[in-house]
Design a protein around this ligand. Structure first.
Ligand code: NDP
Length: 290
């Protein structure tokens, strides 16, 4: 598959919302989408940090609008959705990028598991559901790109019944995904999450469970939208190990390199745009290999 950006279907009227765009991958992706000529809504949970991140982009003449958005806060999500509906009139692309991890590269504490799940999974889901009615049903198809991680792939789960549930597209429901998350958080509370047999991912477990849930939700949502004939695609993108604050500067690639590929995926020509796909870097993964 050729991932170069070509055959532009978009214009300056095309609106892309990027969450957690004041730094790291989100910021680089917001800049790249604006460089391609879209109008970008750069969102940040801290207004001042958002403004500081947008100022140099605007100074280059890029169409960047800043808006406050804390994806883990229901009131903030509702305010944002109302503003997007009333003042902007809708959106074409949503990049769910905002996320947290509190672990060092080689540690695995679950002390902040609630915040991690509330931000990385519930936050992305809450925002997506709030914005779904606002996507333009354009012939080019609107797009949701969830920045996820291969740490949340099924091959990281060793509990056979959990794996079977997540693999069974017909049995899997949003309620089942949420109950998996609730079970993990309950085990964190009672200290049993790491017992043999629980079978959760072994690396950055709370973060991995958040991405496992995000990946499963993305697949379900893609099916749901397709079944209802909605012109909105839903795909996940794992950028790989990237040098940002999240990795304390470790990694094999820069946020700008990630932004090149992320923007290409977000801007794929309508005829080549899949839905329900997990991209590991720029390679779509076979479901059986997840
Ligand atoms: P960073 O830690 O550099 O940036 C995270 C961004 O998310 C910040 O802008 C942060 O805002 C924002 N954020 C955190 N919580 C919230 C919230 N509640 N509401 C709104 N924004 C919030 O991370 P990266 O750039 O590395 O990560 C970006 C995405 O890429 C994430 O989804 C991550 O899981 C994913 N990823 C990263 C990899 C890597 O190696 N770096 C590998 C695989 C996936 P603030 O500045 O206010 O804290």
């Amino acid at each position: 598959m050729d991932y170069s950006v070509r055959g532009a279907w978009w214009s300056g009227e095309t609106v892309a919302v990027v969450t957690g765009a004041n730094r790291g991958i989100g910021h680089a992706l917001a800049a790249r989408l604006a460089e391609h000529g879209l109008t970008v809504v750069l969102t940040a949970r801290d207004g001042a940090r958002g403004e500081a991140a947008a100022t140099p982009l605007r100074a280059r003449g890029l169409a960047v609008v800043v808006r406050h958005l804390d994806v883990s806060d229901a009131a903030s999500v509702a305010d944002f959705a109302a503003w997007l509906r009333d003042d902007v009139g809708g959106l074409d692309i949503l990049v769910n990028n905002a996320a947290v991890s509190f672990n060092e590269i080689d540690t695995n504490s679950v002390e902040h598991a609630e915040t991690v799940l509330r931000t990385n999974f519930y936050g992305a889901k809450m925002l997506t559901e709030a914005l779904l009615p606002l996507f333009r049903q354009s012939p080019a198809t609107s797009r949701i790109l969830n920045i996820s991680s291969q740490l949340g792939l099924l091959n990281k789960v060793s509990n056979p019944s959990l794996k079977a549930l997540l693999q069974d597209e017909d049995r899997l429901t949003e309620a089942a995904i949420e109950s998996m998350v609730a079970r993990f958080l309950a085990q964190v509370k009672d200290g049993t999450w790491a017992e043999p047999g629980q079978g959760w991912p072994k690396v950055w477990t709370d973060y991995s469970v958040s991405k496992l849930a995000l990946n499963a939700y993305s697949r379900l949502l893609a099916r749901r939208l397709q079944a209802h004939g909605e012109r909105v695609s839903v795909n996940c993108f794992c950028p790989g190990f990237t040098r940002t604050d999240m990795t304390k500067g470790w990694g094999k690639r820069t946020a700008e390199e990630v932004a090149d590929v992320g923007a290409r995926l977000a801007l794929l020509p309508p005829g080549e745009l899949p839905t329900g796909t997990f991209f590991k870097w720029c390679t779509p993964q076979l479901y059986s290999k997840l």
